[in-house]
Design a protein around this ligand. Structure first.
Ligand code: DER
Length: 219
């Protein structure tokens, strides 16, 4: 359905940017999984992938796709990933799947970020989806107090430990008028590892699955 359609569109979107020793950047989540499942179609057009989570790395390997450590590759030509929300500037909220830190790292290394999402993710203003913030465990309460000062309702995502051994606070009731400024503000809180605002490095292309077909949007 919509996830399949945007995954198929993403295969066509990335193909022109690949050569046989390219290494692709791969995101995390159910939409990224649909893309991973179709990558075999491009098997001979790239060498392997870097993954933004152990879960995605395992899924890639299950399709016989070589997974590289990011430190052993330079920039990647494309990064393909989903989002929890995306606005008209292609700023995103990500982190619903608790992989935001490695997603942000691989996205930073990518020449082109291709976001794949169903139409429900497109919003006017970011923040209806609770903004994930990855924190160093010992700093969790301190960071929560700082988030309250910024107007958020911080909720500890119980029982979740990220691939990096950290915890997640989800910021509820936190409508974000200036994603660029808020991303920088959150990064300045001691104990914050990563916040789920992808604005400084947003997406370059959004493939949005709608009932009328896949829309291709740019900032
Ligand atoms: O955690 C993330 O940032 C993922 O990209 C996620 O939020 C999107 O997940 P979905 O494709 O399963 O909706």
């Amino acid at each position: 359905q919509l996830k399949e359609a945007v995954a198929a569109a993403a295969i066509d979107e990335v193909r022109p940017h690949l050569h046989r020793d390219s290494v692709l950047g791969i995101g995390t989540g159910s939409t990224a999984n649909r893309f991973i499942d179709r990558l075999a179609e491009l098997r001979h057009d790239f060498a392997g992938a870097v993954a933004s989570s152990e879960a995605s790395a395992e899924r890639l390997r299950s399709h016989g796709i070589e997974v590289f450590e990011l430190n052993s590759v330079g920039t990647v030509p494309v990064y393909v990933d989903g989002a929890d929300e995306v606005n008209a500037h292609l700023h995103m909220i990500k982190g619903g799947g608790a992989a935001l830190t490695r997603e942000k790292i691989v996205a930073a290394c990518a020449e082109r970020f291709i976001c794949i999402a169903d139409g429900s993710k497109k919003v006017e203003r970011l923040g209806a989806f609770p903004l994930p913030v990855e924190v160093i465990p010992m700093a969790r309460s301190y960071v929560a107090r700082e988030l309250v000062k910024l107007g958020a309702d911080p909720v500890y995502r119980e029982g979740v430990v990220t691939d990096n051994g950290n915890q997640i606070i989800d910021c509820y009731d936190f409508m974000i008028d200036d994603p660029l400024a808020m991303e920088a503000r959150l990064n300045a809180i001691v104990g914050v590892v990563t916040n789920g605002l992808f604005a400084a490095r947003g997406a370059d292309v959004l493939l949005l699955g709608t009932a009328g077909g896949v829309e291709r949007l740019t900032p």
